[in-house]
Design a protein around this ligand. Structure first.
Ligand code: SF4
Ligand code: SF4
Ligand code: FES
Length: 234
């Protein structure tokens, strides 16, 4: 089948305004949108910029907005969008565009780093790794799937209007260490997100949960953090 794409183009160094450029691409129904973007770049227009790496839903680098919904270009198939042509591909909203589909994710990663996504507080250095109890580990199964694609933050209405809001993915990473029984800074971690721009900023719109390509129950995890704050800090 032949698909028509409308792709967001903007080079801040040369363009006064963004524009949409149309491309026609032949593709099989089971091919991915990422295959189409690659075909455009390799066969029609080498100036088109987008990120990709693994091609298999692991690295999180090719998150874009496809027909109004944030998704990984390597997970969305041609047959999923064929009925909604032209297929509009745009950069993740709420982030500054560096070029075409490439956005500046620094503010996103700064917020993830802010929650200290590593084990804290145990001064003794064990001889081997810090072993986790398998039952306790199971409680983290859903959150450790996060690949930091930023689809959730880009879709969150609160993050769109309040840049101070920590946002869904950083809260997922906060959850991952708050509920890791090997971590010794649980109370401080809860205090850190016990703010109007932390866990309490979430207004349960569920957009993050709807778009997460790893099917993480993001909103539910944030609500569990809120309940834990009430239980432990009040
Ligand atoms: S549930 Fe919370 S974090 Fe997720 S999109 Fe809604 S407001 Fe944002
Ligand atoms: S929570 Fe889901 S949507 Fe958000 S960054 Fe992680 S994998 Fe991506
Ligand atoms: S290219 Fe790595 S997740 Fe899509």
């Amino acid at each position: 089948m032949v698909l028509t794409f409308e792709i967001f183009r903007f080079d801040p160094e040369h363009d006064a305004e963004p524009r949409y450029q149309t491309y026609r691409v032949s593709a099989d129904p089971t091919e991915r949108i990422l295959d189409c973007l690659n075909r455009i770049k390799w066969e029609q227009d080498g100036s088109l910029s987008f990120r990709m790496s693994c091609g298999h839903g692991v690295c999180g680098s090719d998150a874009v907005r496809i027909n109004g919904r944030c998704a990984l270009a390597c997970q969305k198939l041609v047959k999923d969008v064929a009925e909604n042509q032209p297929v509009r591909v745009e950069p993740l909203p709420s982030f500054r565009v560096l070029k075409d589909l490439v956005v500046d994710l620094e503010p996103f990663f700064e917020k993830v780093h802010w929650v200290k996504p590593y084990l804290l507080g145990s001064p003794e250095v064990p001889e081997k790794e810090r072993l986790q109890d398998p039952e306790e580990r199971k409680k983290l199964d859903h959150v450790i799937r996060c690949i930091l694609c930023a689809c959730c933050v880009a879709s969150c209405p609160v993050a769109a209007e309040n840049e101070r809001f920590l946002g869904p993915a950083p809260l997922v990473w906060a959850f991952r260490y708050i509920f890791d029984t090997r971590d010794k800074e649980r109370k401080n971690r809860l205090r850190a997100v016990d703010t109007p721009d932390g866990a309490w900023g979430c207004r349960n719109h569920f957009e993050c949960t709807r778009v997460c390509p790893k099917e993480i129950p993001v909103t539910k995890s944030i609500n569990i953090i809120k309940r834990e704050i009430e239980k432990v800090l009040r």
